[in-house]
Ligand binder design. Sequence first.
Ligand SMILES: Nc1nc2c(c(=O)[nH]1)N[C@H]1C(S)=C(S)[C@@H](COP(=O)(O)OP(=O)(O)OC[C@H]3O[C@@H](n4cnc5c(=O)[nH]c(N)nc54)[C@H](O)[C@@H]3O)O[C@H]1N2
Ligand SMILES: Nc1nc2c(c(=O)[nH]1)N[C@H]1C(S)=C(S)[C@@H](COP(=O)(O)OP(=O)(O)OC[C@H]3O[C@@H](n4cnc5c(=O)[nH]c(N)nc54)[C@H](O)[C@@H]3O)O[C@H]1N2
Ligand SMILES: [Mo]
Length: 790
Amino acid sequence: MSRDRDVPQDDAGLRVGPPQDHAVGVPATVSIARHAMRQMGATRSARVFSRINQPHGFDCPGCAWPEPEHGSQRLEFCENGAKAVAEEATRRTVDRDFFARHDLADLHGRTEHWLSQQGRLTEPMHLAPGATHYVPIAWDDAFALVADELRALDSPDEALFYTSGRTSNEAAFLYQLLVRCLGTNNLPDCSNMCHESSGSALVETIGIGKGSVTVNDLVAADLIIVAGQNPGTNHPRMLTTLEEAKRQGARIMTINPLPEAGLQRFDNPQRLRGLLGRGTELTDLFLQLRLGGDLALFQAFNRLLLDADAADPASDPPALDHAFLRDHCQGLESVREHLAELSWPDVERATGLTRARIDEAMAMIRPARRIVVCWAMGLTQHRDAVATIREVVNFLLLRGSIGRKGAGLCPVRGHSNVQGDRTMGIWEKPEPAFLDRLEATFGVPMPRRNGHDVVDSVRALRDGRARVFVAMGGNFASATPDTAVTEAALRRARLTVQVSTKLNRSHTVTGRQALILPTLGRTDRDLGPRGQPRFVTVEDSMSVVHASRGRIAPPSPQLRSEVEIVAGLAQAVFGSPAGAPVAVGEPAGAAPGPDDGRRAAAAAIPWAAMAADYGLIRDRIAEVVPGFERFNERAAWPGGFVLPHGPRDERRFDTPSGRAHLTVNRLDVLERPPGRLLLQSLRSHDQYNTTIYGLDDRYRGIRGGRRVVLVHPDDLAELGLADGDHVDLVSEWRDGSERRAPGFRLVAYPTARGCAAAYYPETNPLVPLDSTATTSNTPTSKAIVVRLET
Ligand SMILES: Nc1nc2c(c(=O)[nH]1)N[C@H]1C(S)=C(S)[C@@H](COP(=O)(O)OP(=O)(O)OC[C@H]3O[C@@H](n4cnc5c(=O)[nH]c(N)nc54)[C@H](O)[C@@H]3O)O[C@H]1N2
Ligand SMILES: Nc1nc2c(c(=O)[nH]1)N[C@H]1C(S)=C(S)[C@@H](COP(=O)(O)OP(=O)(O)OC[C@H]3O[C@@H](n4cnc5c(=O)[nH]c(N)nc54)[C@H](O)[C@@H]3O)O[C@H]1N2
Ligand SMILES: [Mo]
């Protein structure tokens, strides 16, 4: 059995009160001010906040929710965006003396909260083999060290290059180019743990892995379904859009095991009524679903639509959009046959909802002509996540609610540029056409075998098949599942490299050698070699690409931009065009000729010039990535430009058949053995993924600590436990193995029956590496069978 006892905790002041039923308002404003003053002080705070999400400012590093299309004059950020910014723009710094004072064992014993609170990294640091402390290293020496380790590999496939979703388009494009010039597609990214299931389901069914709506579509919708998402905490600006949609007459249905405060009522802090009054009731119908029940629920919706159509084909509005189905879709008959067999007892078991409750939902769906479905991790991080999202697509296709104003699919992305990174080629399974264009533009043969995603990367490290690990941002050790397995895997590496803004646990779980390469963040001013200000671009959740300009003085003159770091690595690895040949390229045993040709071609890429002038990178992106024509010109447009989207723009579906696919999805109810609960791992209001800002989860009434598990009071009673008891969470995996996360305080909470909730990353040790979603291979962070042990 694996235990996570050695992951440090910080829970002395834990207090539990009643959950709130509304979001934002005055407490949020107070919370912004407190966080900002602590990290940045008054003048810097005012400067920074006036630039967030403004046409000439920077993109908020918080979430990927878009800015309003009309271009706003008001402050366009939220409490949690402000925290994300304050965390990055902090005046606190970590310098070489800090590393001299704290050895690796000391740092490893600290919490994520403590590590992040130390401040911004300021110079490159090196952990030598066997060393106890990180020590300073010059940039060129750091690059040379990486190059040496890469050259020592038998195959480029023994190196892994992770990306987290804050990386700009320009840095992401250059990074994937470097990696593919080395000869591998090992580009795992945070998306693999996040919206990969959405991408898998959408590419297959509608031919493109991105959402099909704009903000204006939400505002114009008749019905917005928010499934498996907690926008009050994770996408607070979405609440403003939902509020606007309600004012325009939309109704909102929420599907969630938890009654999340933000979705119940919203007090808009930018409106006087929000500051003083009770705010807007957002949710009209709350379906309190059992974890993982969404597939069954959407199958029930679809079956009832098919039944209604059969009973009354002439109803207004019609139950099915026959013209759309006839002209643009395929697969209706198979779905009809499959759903004719739907078992209502299975639906009730899977959803925990009565048939009467589902009929209430149908009564809201039937009159809606324009429907948007929004979702996030509550749908994507399950064993049957891809099937579930395919069923959501069925639902919208049956209603003709794709490619029509006020309607469509809205996967709400997490990291602020996670969607853009994928567009730029951060993907372990690249399209051949994309590789062809890279080859044509750069003259370097591109690797054609698929690379490792996140879970496969951990396996490769664990099994000794990968030996160098490079991370462009993120916190791989903490974000990945099966903490004990992942940490042991990382420790087997010969070299681990973290390009980071701040300290985190991944700097303390190292290979034989390790490097920390400090980089500029979104808010930092980025000056070119002649002192000229440079900008980067990002793509939001709705395919809008726009510029982001850092405006404040970086914490140290030694920092390099992510682009400069990639270029520095590339030059160290490939040398100059006339330099000595370096063995990178095909696996060992391949003839040296092509290797050298690859190296020479890669060396001929103007890395240094592109690092000096990001416009040169954008010119290449314009050649390689569809939709980025005249990129440099359009990047400068205030508000940016929207990438083309076939289904959204012209009901064009780039699937092999040219049609949208309705799919047959097998319903396999997730069983909960007696005495066990289904546990989901989620975010508190005071964190950004593995970055812990503070120990409060205000909306859920939890303060001063994070080691809590929320369980329905009736389940507690059934298990013979009580609110306030302390338990170990023990997960049970089908191979008979068990994983334990000790010492959680039980909180009686109105979640769905049979379900429990606890925070991520504290619960990551419980998720087995092999427990992943079918097809997308995303860890099942939202459905872990656990028992509670006193
Ligand atoms: N402040 C802040 N903002 C963030 C982040 C952050 O950590 N902090 N993280 C960013 C990232 S990377 C991401 S991916 C997003 C995450 O945004 P969310 O997906 O909102 O994040 P989670 O906290 O994982 O919440 C999952 C929600 O889904 C519900 N849920 C869980 N399982 C199920 C299920 O089976 N069915 C249904 N219907 N609902 C379910 C949970 O109760 C919860 O409300 O937020 C982004 N924005
Ligand atoms: N159990 C469980 N596990 C999960 C999830 C869950 O819901 N439950 N959610 C999953 C999801 S949705 C995601 S997206 C992943 C998140 O996985 P990651 O993206 O790997 O994790 P983060 O915590 O967002 O990474 C934070 C670190 O990024 C660095 N950083 C911040 N800004 C920048 C920057 O501009 N540049 C660079 N180079 N570095 C920067 C800082 O050093 C910071 O410590 O976790 C996944 N893991
Ligand atoms: Mo995410």
